[in-house]
Write a protein that binds this ligand. Sequence first.
Ligand SMILES: Cc1cc2nc3c(=O)[nH]c(=O)nc-3n(C[C@H](O)[C@H](O)[C@H](O)COP(=O)(O)OP(=O)(O)OC[C@H]3O[C@@H](n4cnc5c(N)ncnc54)[C@H](O)[C@@H]3O)c2cc1C
Length: 383
Amino acid sequence: MGLSQNRCDVLVVGGGPAGLAAAIALRQRGFDVLVADALVPPIDKACGEGIMPDSRRELAHLGVDLADAHGAPFRGIRFCDEGSTASADFPGTPDRPGEGIGLRRLVLHTLLVDRARDLGVRMCWGTPVTLAPKQAASLVGEPISYRYLIGADGQSSRVRAWAGLNRGTLQTRRFGSRVHYRIRPWSHYVEVHWGPLGQAYITPIGDNEVCLAVVTRFPELARTTRIIDTIPLLREKLRHAEITSRERGSITTTRTLRSVVRDNIALVGDASGSADAVTGEGLAVVFRQAALLADSIQSGGLSSYVAGHARTLRLARTMARALLLMDRYPALRRKALQVFAHDEVLFEKLLRVHLGEEPLNRFVFADAPRLGARMLLPSQLRS
Ligand SMILES: Cc1cc2nc3c(=O)[nH]c(=O)nc-3n(C[C@H](O)[C@H](O)[C@H](O)COP(=O)(O)OP(=O)(O)OC[C@H]3O[C@@H](n4cnc5c(N)ncnc54)[C@H](O)[C@@H]3O)c2cc1C
């Protein structure tokens, strides 16, 4: 890239979902945006590959319309353990049921890159941004001038360290892995199987393919086979299915930063904090942050991003806390699943809260007492 091109309104470091979504949202508002990523598309990553309905809506705002042909639609979430199965459909109407969609991460990345290109976002692939302490950012050894720099470089963000934004709290750190199997999806739900070592999620991603992602507290066990060996139902289902991808691992954290902005530098996506992957809300949060950031820059600065960022993660973190209690205390999890299996309306309400479609405080006042009573009093399960 020549020096004359080393100028832009916004430099985005990282071309994953967060960086590309931010670039698209900014370009939609008329900014000259340059995205640089160390890797070359399509970029793969360990992910459960389930796009929840709220995430799908955010993508549509960016002009990325996911069609069923891109993957496989799913209608809700199903929790399973050794004793119970509970299903909850996404909110919707009988003629327009709410739908999520499972799709390969590679497909999602390609769609985002195509949309960014169509809008005129400049993209430099295979181009790590060099961030040396107390020095300006440089691209292929050349300095680059920008009005804003966005750090969208993931969990272990270098931009975060370079900008002095690492202060915060790491609430949880777990280990994930994912692989694909050639098998006809047996369910219209994303199934979350709770086992003794962690969770295994099955997301349908095509007529004849599913994604299996596992998440565990134990780093030495973060292999898909180790986890499904402890979940007999899944082990049986997948025993003869052909593996169609290379296994990929990643960490997943719940992290809160003190601040996500310094001067003209802002963090977005996993770089700016996160909620454990068990929530399945990572991408929805990322896309929401991208829109908020673009609106803020359009209104002349980063202050409304600063004001609104914490809100983008609050609900997902609360849900992560509750779900990780179930991970840590099997007796609690068994009880909760029994209650949800017995009272799927309650489970559906909780899913609505999870998706931000119903306020958490309304659930706490109206439904939590019923949940509490059923958890504490076995006789309530029969009523
Ligand atoms: C096991 C697992 C399962 C998950 N399941 C789901 C799910 O089902 N649904 C969901 O919504 N979310 C899920 N998530 C969360 C979701 O994957 C993340 O929230 C999302 O990937 C975050 O995107 P990002 O763009 O912030 O980061 P990333 O996807 O990590 O992208 C960061 C990019 O920055 C680039 N980069 C890094 N450093 C530099 C540098 N110096 N210069 C240039 N480029 C650089 C990297 O190459 C990378 O492309 C899951 C996560 C895990 C770990």
